[in-house]
Design a protein around this ligand. Structure first.
Ligand code: HEC
Ligand code: HEC
Ligand code: HEC
Ligand code: HEC
Length: 350
């Protein structure tokens, strides 16, 4: 054996190692990472942020500048136009401002004709107009009746739509959730490497049971014996699946809402957890009262694999921020979106 042969071989091995190290580390985030203390000292309640990711996503969390207010005097839109069912008590100028605003929030590239037949603005021939009318009522309902969640910040169409007709984060029911997985029994939507649960082996659709149905989220049993205690490992996996979605939608760690010495204790939890509790009920309400009933209005190409409409989860509004648009108070510039729609609910039909 020649003296340098062994060395050559090992430098080959080193090169392979170096390349694989680079490949492995490229999956990691480069330091420095910021951490912000969120609870009492010593509780480990720390939020971890990558400042470069936060900076790169700044644009999607920036609210657009509101249009100047329009005069409220002159004839009312409900009197002047033929088919105004929700915004009838705005002045014609305010109504026009509203139309320009929703166009820029929902269909800036398509323009007014995304919802209107330009030959007759009064007719409801496009499904998008029928959906938009219901969306105006839904936005009013969120702002008026869900203040325990949205506070005075509120929402506009832009909170979800961000300049596109279909919001970036929506969900559909998934097929094959309950199919048997060979010998291990029902797979409960697990091991599908789904983005909804950040590729963890958790049930990939926590939305149907919790944000449409009202399955119990608590997992700490209240009785010692299994008899009558439905809190099982399987149930816990569903809860963790929802919690993973909530964390990733808000761009936060579990400790934003929990002190991990007891996930179930409300006393030890930061106030954000109570906000989130209302958020879960709000998303459920919006999906059941607004999104699902619109199903017959939507064309087939907008429906999911099981024929349901696109629905709302935490990501639809938050899109990765602890507050949508970092808490920008856009809604206050659109008072017509703040009042309750309860009295004038129009039934959605085709
Ligand atoms: C995202 C959908 C959408 C877009 C885009 C849109 N509109 Fe509308 N428009 C509606 C809805 C919904 C109504 C009915 C509101 C109601 O019932 O209170 C309406 C009603 C109207 C009416 C009243 C027609 C009548 O006689 O009943 C006019 C006028 C109008 N829009 C003009 C415009 C103009 C101009 C634009 C573009 C700058 C525009 N709209 C963009 C959804 C839209
Ligand atoms: C809480 C989130 C949310 C808010 C707020 C919201 N929307 Fe939507 N919107 C949705 C979802 C989810 C859909 C279903 C997506 C689809 O069309 O498949 C949708 C669909 C639509 C569509 C149909 C688009 C298409 O191409 O199918 C229109 C038009 C629309 N919204 C207008 C509005 C208007 C106008 C407002 C404000 C008055 C508004 N939305 C506020 C979530 C929201
Ligand atoms: C945005 C706030 C928020 C975040 C982030 C969050 N949770 Fe939760 N968590 C809640 C709320 C609210 C409940 C109670 C839900 C209910 O009962 O309706 C809850 C309940 C739970 C429960 C059940 C407790 C019981 O009473 O049995 C567990 C376990 C849990 N969370 C774990 C986690 C884990 C693990 C993470 C991180 C992956 C996490 N949570 C992230 C808000 C949050
Ligand atoms: C309709 C839009 C919308 C949806 C859907 C939504 N949120 Fe929110 N959320 C908001 C708004 C707006 C605020 C800001 C309220 C404020 O300024 O106090 C907020 C605030 C919060 C906060 C408080 C943050 C803080 O630091 O004070 C938490 C926690 C939260 N949301 C969790 C959730 C969770 C979890 C879900 C899903 C189950 C959810 N939200 C769904 C609009 C939404």
């Amino acid at each position: 054996m020649k003296p340098f042969q062994g060395l050559k071989a090992s430098s080959g091995v080193l090169a392979v190692l170096a390349v694989s190290a680079v490949m492995l580390l490229s999956g990691c985030e480069r330091p420095p990472i910021d951490s912000v203390q969120h609870g009492y000292r010593g509780t480990g309640m720390v939020q971890v942020y990558n400042p470069r990711i936060v900076e790169a996503s700044q644009d999607i969390h920036t609210a657009p500048v509101s249009l100047p207010q329009a005069p409220g005097d002159g004839p009312l839109a409900g009197k002047v136009y033929k088919n105004v069912q929700v915004l009838g008590d705005l002045s014609v100028a305010q109504f026009a401002r509203h139309m320009v605003a929703i166009t820029s929030w929902v269909s800036p590239n398509e323009g007014c004709t995304y919802c209107h037949n330009p030959a007759n603005f009064a007719e409801d021939s496009k499904y998008t107009k029928v959906v938009a009318r219901r969306m105006i009522q839904m936005t009013q309902h969120i702002n008026a009746d869900w203040q325990p969640h949205v506070a005075q910040t509120g929402v506009t169409c832009y909170s979800c739509h961000r300049g596109q007709p279909v919001p970036a984060q929506v969900w559909f029911k998934e097929p094959d959730q309950h199919r048997g997985a060979d010998f291990i029994g029902e797979r409960a939507g697990q091991n599908l490497a789904a983005e909804s649960v950040k590729l963890a082996s958790l049930p990939s659709d926590p939305f149907t049971p919790f944000l449409l149905g009202d399955l119990d989220i608590r997992v700490s049993g209240t009785t010692a014996l299994p008899n009558g205690n439905r809190h099982s490992i399987k149930q816990t996996e569903w809860t963790y699946s929802l919690m993973t979605h909530m964390s990733s939608s808000l761009g936060v760690n579990c400790t934003y809402c929990h002190n991990t010495n007891s996930f179930s204790s409300w006393e030890g939890s930061p106030p954000q957890r109570a906000k989130a509790w209302h958020g879960i009920r709000m998303a459920r309400d919006l999906n059941n009262e607004y999104m699902e009933p619109l199903q017959p209005t939507f064309p087939a190409e907008r429906l999911g694999p099981l024929g349901d409409t696109a629905k709302i989860n935490c990501g639809t509004c938050h899109q990765g921020a602890y507050k949508p648009l970092y808490g920008a108070q856009m809604a206050k510039d659109f008072p017509e979106l703040l009042k309750s729609a309860a009295k004038r609910d129009v039934v959605a039909k085709k």
